[in-house]
Structure formats: C-alpha cells, structure tokens
Design a protein around this ligand. Sequence first.
Ligand code: GUN
Length: 295
Amino acid sequence: MSEAKRIDGKARAAGLVERVKAEAGALEAATGRRPGLAVVIVGEDPASQVYVASKARMAEECGFKSVKHVLGAETPEAELLDLVERLNGDPTIHGILVQLPLPRQIDANKVIRAIAPEKDVDGFHLTNVGLVGIGDVATAFVPCTPAGAMILIRDALGEDLSGRHAVVVGRSNIVGKPMAQLLLAANATVTIAHSRTADLPALCRMADILVAAVGRPEMIRGDWVKPGAVVIDVGINRVEAPEKGEGRTRLVGDVAYAEAAERAAAITPVPGGVGPMTIAMLMANTLVSACRAAG
Ligand code: GUN
C-alpha cells in the first residue's frame, strides 16, 4: 500500500476561520452585535496556558471581543462560580469557556452546569450533551474537538458513513463519548474502546475509521491499522526529544504516525491535524451563539 494521504487540518481550519471572520463581520454590520468569547483559566498548567492563549488570540483574529480571565491556582470554587454568573449575565459575551482540568478544590461538573447552556460553546453542559445524545446536533453546541474531527472524516469519506465501522479509542466526556455519538448520527457502526478493552490491537484492525483519543504517546502502532482506514489522531502529547538537543521536547499523537501512514488511506498529523480544527470549531460555535442571541 502506498503512503497515506496526510490530512491537512491546519489548512482546513484556516478556511473555516476565514468564513467565521467574514460572517462575524456581516453580523456586526447588520445588527451591531460583535461575537464575544470569554476564556477562563484557573492555575498555571503550562499546556492549558498555551491552549487558552491560542483560543483568545484566534477570537481576536476573527474580530470577536475576546476576554481572558486568569485566576490563581488557589481560587475557591465560589469565586469561579461568581465569575461564570457574571459572564452569563453579560450581553456582550456569547461564549464562555472554562479551561479543564480545574484544580482539586473546584468541582468541574458544578462549574460546567453553572454555564448558561446557550453560552456553552464547549458543548459540555448537560443540555448540550443531551441534545447530542438524542442526535439533535443542529440545536446543540457540539464539543469542538469531535466536531472538528467529524469534518475531517466527512471530507475523507462523505456525509453518510453507512456501513463503515468506526472504533473510537477513549471514553472521555470531552472527546470519546461525543465522537461516538456524532459518528452514530452519521450512520457509522460505532465501537468505543478504552483501557479495559480486551485485545485492543485486534479491535482497531477492524476499524474503517479509527479515532485515537487516549492521551498516550504513540500507543497505537502501525499494525493496529486496517489497510485503507481513515485515522484521526486526537492525542497531543509532549515527549522528550534528545535528538533536538538536551531538554528539548516535541509533540506526538496517540498514533505512531510513520508506521500508521504506511497502511492508512488518510491520517491526521500531530501537530497540524485535529488541534487547529478544535479552535476553528470554537470560533464557529461562538459565532452561532452570537447569531442566536437576541437584541
Ligand atoms: N481541556 C482540554 N480540551 C479542552 C476543551 O476543548 N475545552 C476546555 N474547556 N478544556 C479543555
């Protein structure tokens, strides 16, 4: 089998962002309403800081109002809930994103439930989780990473995934579970695998669509991939890279890319695959929220 097509998520995301920018401009011209995104980070997790900074920067690039709230690692839960309440009531803010994970003293579920569902551009609130669960993906805010991954899958295979077997490795609320629901809504036959699944390599080899969202660097090897499969790597793992010099690191996915590319029909790289799509979908969700907002 020849080398897989490298799915360029960065270019695809750039195209989406251009559309969001244009539509945000048109919305503001027509209604005076400028989409507003508030991102909230609690604590100093370096990876979270990078993600939040790029989300806030992209919102600015889209012409949105972009507000970043940085709270100390010791912030009490009540203080964060107060902030969420204020943002819920702020008519210039259409999207609220509280970066996860949160420090131990804060109950993330409680915070997510406090976000107004119509401003929950992450798609984590029970209302949006429920809408995705019943297949009403047009009304829901769909979580950004699986929504972005789904676009790449549809680009590769078309809208209707009837007859395709999708294996999602990972069962997180942020990626694995909603990813499975979206694939199901597109008529794929879906298996969710996880750390307790027996003979994971054999199961993966049955996948026409293999989605890796486990957070373990290069865990999925080339010989786990069915020849001709579409492989979507959601993992972003920082590993040591002594070949680049002492103390240097590099990003790798959950899939051993070079090996998998020898068997797959198409595969997302890390970086430059699903990651940029996640941010683009956040912008798209925020724009939709601003369009839906009254007044
Ligand atoms: N942490 C890792 N991914 C995400 C995400 O998509 N949204 C939020 N809020 N936190 C995250």
